[in-house]
Design a protein around this ligand. Structure first.
Ligand code: GAR
Length: 231
């Protein structure tokens, strides 16, 4: 029986996280299938990764739709056609309407380049540097109607170094984002993680009290190390 999790990835640009997911799939290390990639930009570099992997793509350009509702309706039609179980917003730089988000409650995750709840929104690295903070990073969270505010599943942390600028910080965080999105999709794909109708994240049936840390993932298995399975 094939009941693997069917994932759609939504991008707006480079698509290096999509590439990481596709590479993990190629390597037999993704517990899900990428069934389609949607971009709101026809020239998004990430579309090439989808084409190389023979993954179906759709361009849904927000500029072609007079209202957000119509844009969202086209996204929904595409996701429905692909029978998607999980939507991954991976550098997708459009805000989705509440109806679409609610339709995918518990089935839509977003990558965000900060340690949420700090620095929702844009220019996260520069804002973090301007504040002089010592730790920065990235998050994967479930999507709810409020922007960048849904429950956080996983985080990866880096030390901010003297001399860092937004580019050096982004370059240090991005490889961690690649690992984190693969791990997050795997945890959801294999059923170990789910968001309940109460809006809480459950990990192996237990409420997740704090975001999982990428640094706690086993380098051997890619699974989360707990007291019972770490040696
Ligand atoms: C990632 O850093 C992700 O956290 C960020 O866009 C980048 C996508 O990189 N997402 C956001 O800023 C969402 N607000 P990629 O296109 O190379 O995967």
């Amino acid at each position: 029986m094939n009941n693997r999790c069917r994932v759609a990835v939504l991008i707006s640009g480079r698509g290096s996280n999509l590439q990481a997911l596709l590479q993990a799939h190629d390597d037999g290390k993704l517990q899900a299938d990428i069934v389609g990639v949607i971009s709101n930009k026809a020239d998004a570099g990430g579309l090439n990764y989808a084409a190389d992997a023979n993954i179906e793509t759709a361009i849904v350009n927000h500029l072609d739709f007079p209202t957000r509702e119509q844009f969202d309706a086209q996204l929904l039609a595409t996701l429905t056609r692909w029978q998607v179980d999980l939507v991954v917003l991976s550098g997708f730089m459009r805000i989705l309407g509440d109806d679409l988000v609610n339709r995918f409650a518990g089935r839509m995750i977003n990558q965000h380049p900060s340690l949420l709840p700090d620095y929702p929104g844009l220019n996260t690295h520069q804002r973090a540097l301007d504040d002089g903070i010592k730790k920065h990073g990235a998050s994967v969270h479930y999507v709810i109607p409020a922007l960048d505010a849904g429950p956080v599943l996983m985080q990866a942390e880096v030390d901010v170094r003297s001399g860092d600028d937004a580019d050096t910080l982004a370059a240090r965080i991005l490889p961690l984002e690649h690992k984190m999105i693969v791990a997050a999709v795997n945890l959801i794909g294999c059923g170990d993680v789910a968001m309940g109708t109460d809006g809480l994240i459950y990990h192996c049936g237990i409420v997740l009290e704090a975001p999982l840390k990428l640094s706690n993932l086993s380098p051997k298995t890619g699974q989360v190390e707990t007291e019972s399975n770490s040696d």
